[in-house]
Ligand binder design. Sequence first.
Ligand code: MTE
Ligand code: HPA
Ligand code: MOS
Length: 755
Amino acid sequence: MKNIDSSNHLRGQSIYLDDIPLLTGTLFAVAFDSPIAHGVITKLDLTEALDSEGVVRIFTAKDIPGENQIGGIIPDEPLIADHHVHFCGMPVALVVAESDELARMAVKKIKVEISPLPIITDPREAQQKGELIVQPRTFTLGNSADAFENCVHVFEGKVDSNGQEHLYIETQGAYTVPMENGAIKIYSSTQGPTAVQRACAKVLGLPMHMLEVDVTRLGGGFGGKEDQANTWAALCAMATYHLKRPVKYSLHRMEDMRMTGKRHPYSSDYKIGLDKDLKIVAYEATFFQNAGAAADLSPAVLERTLFHCTNSYFVPNVKATAYSCRTNLPPNTAFRGFGGPQEMFVIESAIAHAADELGIHPSEIQKRNLIRTGDEYPYGQIAVSEATECWEKAEKLFDFEKAKKDVAKFNSENHLYKKGIALMPISFGISFTKTLMNQARSLVHVYTDGSVNISTGAVEMGQGVNTKILQVAAQVFSINPDSIRVNSTNTFRIANTSPSAASATADLNGRATQIACEAILNRLKDVAAIELNVAAEKISLKDQCVLIDGIKSAMDWKQLVMAAFLRRVSLSEHGHYATPEIHFDPKKEKGHPFAYHVYGSAIVTATIDCLRGTYEFDSVNVVHDFGSSMNVIIDRGQVEGGIVQGIGWMTMEEVIYDKEGRLRSNALSTYKVPDVYSVPKEINIDFLQTSKDNLAIFRSKAVGEPPLMYGIGAFFALREAIKSFNPEVKTAFDSPMTPEKVLMALHSRKLKMNN
Ligand code: MTE
Ligand code: HPA
Ligand code: MOS
């Protein structure tokens, strides 16, 4: 089944925040944000701005009727700077004017004086100064200190990975409308409608039932709108609260890039120990997470870093410690992979380091250490693994041995172009790491004409979750998908939702939908049994028909629905799902936090131009564990998109903050994302379909985030290519591997020799 949005997307008919028709009297908000990363506001001069054409009012922190607080996990983030500013881009005032242009003109006339305080941008420096968001956490398995004693090879090193701009095509924004009795309707481009509702309730000092959040769809979120849509919604809601008029704020791209947080940069140390058979016996890692100026989701991201500290490998002795470090950058936030990619890059670097020293290809080590069913992850969960299956199938299907030989042959015949090949296995845990978040609800109505309307907590952001939810209902009822509609996500229809995140949206909301549909189906079957005068067990539904013992009766779906209504049987159901089996004890740092894991292996081949340092990706060949994919087209799209986004993070996307905490890569002219020329020439995806049972919806495993981490293979493919041109060079484990870095690595030692 195609994505139900595809034809509207293609015609430009899909509704995003900016497509909502505006009510008469709508005003436009724009934030004035701090130009200084850290300091005390000594003077804020609004006079000239207030006189500016079309300005209705300018709000500051003192206009907040409730609490000036939007921190989700920890209350450490003011909505609007009060006395202190903690990062460049922090909202200081909100201009509300008759048009978007007039508001932006007025913002330029605001003058602020800030007495500067010391600025920290480096997470290691923050850690040394004791600037931590939360207490550090440590995961351990076995005894790494003892185990290192018995290792034949031990290697230590440092790894750095940079941030990543979400670059959702639709920027952040909100539109708030006053309703009766002080209620406010909030249209928000958010992954977390309840998070928006909760934040606005706190800021306005109103009960949550006064705030209706509605989301039709997002033009991408990628984690950037899990928590950080709250700001714009709360700012607009505050203006609507005071002015009793609709208020809209739609961020310009540069505002969005400057004011919002990104993927967390990490700086990490590793120590890896191997025995003579290349088994990884011990592994230690320390992670310094650059959290930015407030907690946001950093503690949860930190946790997932620890969960994935050994990626797809079984290591019997592990010790991993993670620090969430407070710096003067915009608070960093969720981004596809949620701390997992940062860690996986560390252990892959450790393995590449070992391979360098031992003079072998890293895959020799990777392959010997893949986690198997029955092995224990460092947090105590026992693996039900497809790691070896994926790896071996990838090796065979894409003939890795031959591919390696082809690369070697190419490299021996070419001097100015070199190829490199790398394998990247992944293992990603599915479930929110916080157990309580793994719950969802679905409201299903069957109307008397047989059409079906579904509301869930799921937010459609391009990942195709609405299509999957529709498929669930179509399958349970066995009716035509055309007679089913999936509604916008709305906090008045579905309450207390978890954000659409953690790749678990289809699992959680799909299961809730399945539960609701099955409850209605069972009632309908009872009605059919009475109407047709047979036992309920004999009734089934297929292709809009009622069957008795598998044979078509005279009754169809519509007639059955009407019969139920006439008998006053409920045609609606509110389904609730909570993932069973999962638990975690943060005191012991042990448990069974994930419903299941997703596995896979990618083979990445790259070619570099050794004069220019530029590169291309010849191919990414993947065997990915889909369980039993319920939508092959959507799932393929998710894998392709994830790979490209992962390659972008690892290679060309370079977030640059200067020492003053100012974003220098603040536009698409200075921040390079993959385009049609830089995506891999070929992406081949093999669907590992397994018959094993799992907790996914229809056994179709979550696919949103895991494929991003195949992109890490791109870094190591480039590294291999560099090695073949310049065998002496020790390329630092410092991503992104931009063309500039490639060029320096290619010629570093040689340049020195020439001098
Ligand atoms: N795909 C598209 N097209 N747009 C997005 O914003 N977000 C990713 C992934 N794929 C995203 C996407 C992220 S970060 C997550 S967590 C999942 O989708 C969320 O959706 P799911 O839970 O339905 O997989
Ligand atoms: N993944 C993604 N988003 C989240 C998580 C998680 O585990 N926890 C809270 N938000
Ligand atoms: Mo995705 S980072 O969990 O929104």
